[in-house]
Design a protein around this ligand. Structure first.
Ligand code: FAD
Length: 475
């Protein structure tokens, strides 16, 4: 990716306005998936885009991480066929879906002999609810009662139009729909943790229903699970940056926006620092997308003197963080699991923390023998010393797969993102893209939308922010 100089002035000359400043010159602060999407959308619409990222790597919470052992992701991610906007922008920026993603039918498969279940949507692209019924008929490890309870849930949710009059917790919803203990433990709980990163007792039933509507309740292709073969920065952010560059914009890593000032109510001055700019510089734009995390957006908005943003700032700082831990375990390159991924039964009381395991070698040949174990809502697990956690996870794999060698990895790497997502709780109020200030909009997985904190919500938010900015940039 080529990098251009940021047109601007050193901070000691603040207030100087660039001659010839174009009203179509916009900045996007933050190159996570939301910022990258906003930048692509604006570049596509003919704006001159400057994408500013504080970190060295593009992608935010879905990025590549260089460790002393290997190049890893900061956490294993799963996309769904229902991620229509993420897939559209990946295509627009030239990402080859077949090469970048392994497509698997919706499934919840536990290692054999662990008293789990084996549920796989059929290969044929059947309309809903037929694909679910076909999967139910074939499912192993579920009793007749479990299957009936799942069919009852699906019928009732469809009949309600996947809408609740009043939001409640996922646990309350499952109780209301009389779901069996086994189905709840083997299917609903892991699905809820994977989708909302919030335990069912605290998770929003309405947001869970939104995700189910577009996966279990939609055509089979929407419910497909898409596993990244490329690293997460390559998967979209780097393609997005190349697209911005090719459309006359510029992309800067190592460029942290320290403050935003309103100039004569028609321009925005950004004070930027970091290795990419050498010192602190001020630059001017007619429009700005703040695509940072919610709390960083609050800090930037708080200092804008032009208008009282205190109400919006309190909304932005009210999100409760939830952690996700990924335990990478490297074995001999010849080690392989039967399937690309399995669900695991977690039970922290027995030190079984892992909820899913991915065989990275089946996704990317250069990662042969590398397993990635996900622990969602990982607060208690992440409090353990890393060695003990990795050891516990390795033992869990050895026991579940009845393969002693899985207990002895050559090396491990534990990556915990403490602020991986926000707790997606019932009735959570999420802010709009608009800030109330002309030419200044918000983008991020936390803005109002149907989905929980996911790549798709980030992308949808970025696209919505870009379209809003196009409507309200001062021309
Ligand atoms: C371990 C893990 C696993 C996950 N699993 C899944 C999954 O399986 N499926 C799924 O769909 N989602 C998953 N998610 C959630 C998904 O990654 C996030 O919802 C999404 O990446 C959020 O994107 P964003 O652009 O809104 O925010 P971010 O990615 O946080 O982007 C914000 C960017 O702004 C930058 N920034 C902040 N302040 C400044 C500043 N002052 N100046 C310049 N730049 C700044 C940050 O460095 C960052 O790059 C997971 C998340 C994690 C952490």
């Amino acid at each position: 990716m080529a990098e251009h100089d940021i047109a601007g002035t050193p901070a000691d000359k603040r207030g100087h306005i660039e001659p010839g400043m174009s009203s179509r010159s916009v900045a996007v602060i933050g190159a996570g998936w939301a910022g990258c999407s906003a930048a692509v959308e604006l570049a596509q619409a003919g704006y001159k885009v400057t994408l500013l990222e504080a970190a060295r790597t593009l992608g935010g919470r879905a990025r590549r991480v260089d460790t002393d052992r290997a190049q890893l992701d900061n956490g294993q991610h799963i996309l769904l066929g229902a991620y229509s906007e993420a897939l559209r922008l990946m295509k627009l920026t030239g990402v080859d879906r077949e090469q970048a993603l392994l497509t698997l039918p919706l499934q919840m498969r536990y290692p054999p002999d662990t008293n789990g279940m084996d549920f796989v949507a059929p290969a044929l692209p059947l309309p809903a609810p037929l694909h679910l019924l076909a999967a139910l008929l074939k499912a192993k490890g579920l009793t007749r009662e479990d299957k009936l309870s799942l069919a009852r849930f699906s019928t009732a949710a469809r009949w309600m139009g996947w809408r609740l009059n009043t939001d409640c917790s996922v646990s309350e919803l499952l109780e209301r729909f009389d779901q069996t203990e086994r189905l709840t433990r083997l299917m609903w709980r892991p699905l809820c943790l994977a989708a909302l990163n919030t335990p069912p007792e605290r998770a929003s039933a309405q947001v869970f229903l939104n995700v189910l509507r577009d996966s279990l309740g939609a055509k089979r292709r929407a419910s497909d699970m898409l596993l990244p073969r490329a690293d997460l920065s390559k998967l979209f952010p780097e393609a997005a940056a190349a697209h911005v560059d090719a459309h006359g914009g510029s992309v800067r890593c190592g460029a942290k926006v320290q403050a935003i000032h309103s100039i004569e109510s028609r321009l925005w001055q950004l004070d930027i620092s970091g290795s990419a700019v050498g010192g602190t510089w001020s630059t001017y734009f007619s429009g700005v997308v703040i695509a940072t995390g919610a709390s960083q957006a609050a800090t930037l908005l708080h200092d804008i003197a032009a208008q009282d943003t205190s109400q919006l700032c309190s909304q932005l700082t009210a999100f409760e963080p939830e952690a996700i831990t990924t335990v990478y375990l490297q074995y001999d390159a010849g080690l392989r699991l039967e399937l690309p991924f399995y669900a695991l039964q977690d039970d922290p009381y027995s030190h079984h923390y892992g909820q899913f395991v991915f065989d990275r070698g089946q996704l990317d040949a250069s990662q042969a023998g590398l397993l990635a174990v996900i622990i969602s809502a990982s607060g208690p697990a992440a409090a353990q010393p890393q060695e003990l956690l990795a050891e516990a996870v390795a033992v869990q794999l050895a026991v579940d797969f009845q393969r002693p060698e899985l207990g002895r990895p050559a090396w491990f790497k534990v990556i915990t993102e403490k602020r991986a997502t926000y707790a997606c709780t019932p009735g959570l109020v999420r802010p709009d893209n608009a800030t109330g200030l002309p030419g200044l909009v918000l983008a991020g997985d936390y803005t109002a939308g149907d989905y929980p904190a996911t790549l798709e919500s980030a992308v949808r938010s970025g696209v919505a922010a870009a379209r809003l900015l196009q409507r309200n940039t001062v021309q």
